[in-house]
Ligand binder design. Structure first.
Ligand code: NAD
Length: 355
């Protein structure tokens, strides 16, 4: 029975939410006592970075704009040196999970406070989880030093998120909600947060597939992403995230992999977690939970096939063995045969299931 025993740490991250709220960043830096800010970002956020740089004035000590997916160790070292050389006292990350991940790598070894302005739905801004890669192997961990102190959510910054990135990232947020519902250590608070997050994403993602500049839907999607990140922070990760993590190590792209794997994992675990899949179905308008997730991915325009993302059938067995050997959390014991079934299902994607 889920939820009979659980432990819950509060969420100390301050959240500032609303259209135009990026204007609050200088005041939030002041609350953190920041005098020398290092802005950490990817290359597609040049406009907002220029705006924040202007608003911070001489409190902006420098900009690091080279964030890439999965935080290569060499880049983390470079960012740590830059923060030291500039004598930065506050880190401000602007961007998706890649920019946030790079800033977290600096916070991890220095304890500098982190303020995040997210521009995707990845959810990293709400968690104490960090990750780096070295030679194709990804290492992750949890440390309170990387948990952002402040998150400023401004839906206006997501208006130009390309349709494909938006859809895949939205399904990444949906995956945080869904996995939180079936993890053995879930509790009533996590259930409520995760179901509501999924409901908001279920409403927003199809609307954004029709019009990615829909302001109302952008706000709803970002609220769903906040709730998804919160569910992830509260409940942690299990089988679904472990499979995606291993596929990320092979070089497959993070958010699209989540989109393709989620319905297949839900189908595997449906019998072992009936209450969770009922909540999934209720959040997404009824029917069968795994089918509802597949429908959402399709309506959002997200990838449904791992083959299309670059996974080869010859790689399936090794990934399945590694995932099963790690013993990831799930509502029932999971074997390599189970994981293989998930991977083969997701390899084919929608081709395996009639529309
Ligand atoms: P990303 O940050 O790499 O962004 C995807 C692409 O979208 C990039 O090219 C980026 O430049 C672009 N982009 C971002 N915002 C944009 C905007 N508003 N307009 C136009 N383009 C924009 O990808 P992601 O999916 O956000 O993050 C993936 C990374 O985050 C992975 O490394 C993953 O492991 C990590 N992650 C970590 C956690 C955690 O809790 N630690 C949680 C989720 C994801």
């Amino acid at each position: 029975m889920q939820g009979d025993r659980f432990e819950l740490d509060g969420l100390p991250t301050r959240v500032v939410f609303g259209a135009g709220r990026r204007a609050d960043v200088p005041a939030e830096v002041t609350r953190l006592d920041g005098r020398r800010v290092l802005l950490v970002t990817g290359r597609s956020q040049a406009a907002v970075v220029a705006e924040l740089r202007g608003a911070l004035g001489d409190r902006c000590a420098g900009v690091l704009d080279g964030a890439v997916e999965h935080v290569p160790v060499a880049l983390a070292e470079q960012a740590r040196r830059a923060a030291d050389d500039l004598a930065a006292d506050v880190l401000v990350a602007v961007g998706g999970g890649s920019a946030i991940g790079l800033a977290k790598a600096v916070a991890l070894t220095s304890g500098r406070p982190l303020l995040v302005v997210p521009t995707t739905y990845a959810g990293s801004e709400m968690t104490a989880i960090w990750g780096t890669t070295d030679g194709g192997r990804k290492t992750t961990g949890r440390d309170d030093r990387v948990r952002p102190r402040v998150v400023v959510y401004d839906p206006e910054l997501t208006l130009d998120l390309p349709a494909a990135t938006s859809a895949a990232s939205g399904m990444n947020a949906a995956a945080h909600c869904v996995e939180a519902l079936w993890l053995p250590a879930t509790n009533a608070l996590v259930d409520a947060v995760a179901e509501e997050g999924l409901r908001q994403l279920g409403e927003a993602l199809p609307a954004l597939a029709r019009d990615r500049h829909d302001r109302g839907a952008r706000g709803t999607a970002l609220r769903g992403a906040w709730l998804g990140g919160t569910a992830l922070a509260l409940a942690g990760t299990g089988l679904h995230h472990k499979i995606c993590h291993e596929l990320g190590g092979l070089g497959l792209p993070h958010a699209p992999v989540h989109a393709a794997v989620l319905p297949a994992v839900a189908a595997l675990l449906a019998d072992a977690a009936p209450a969770a899949v009922d909540r999934v179905a209720r959040a997404l308008g009824g029917g069968d939970g795994p089918a509802a997730l597949r429908r959402l991915a399709r309506q959002a325009g997200a990838p449904t096939s791992l083959a299309a993302l670059g996974l080869r059938e010859s790689e399936v067995d090794e990934v399945a063995e590694r995932v099963a050997a790690a013993g990831p959390a799930a509502p029932r014991p999971v074997s390599a045969v189970d994981v293989r079934r998930v991977l083969l299902d997701a390899l084919a994607g929608d081709e395996a299931v009639p529309a």
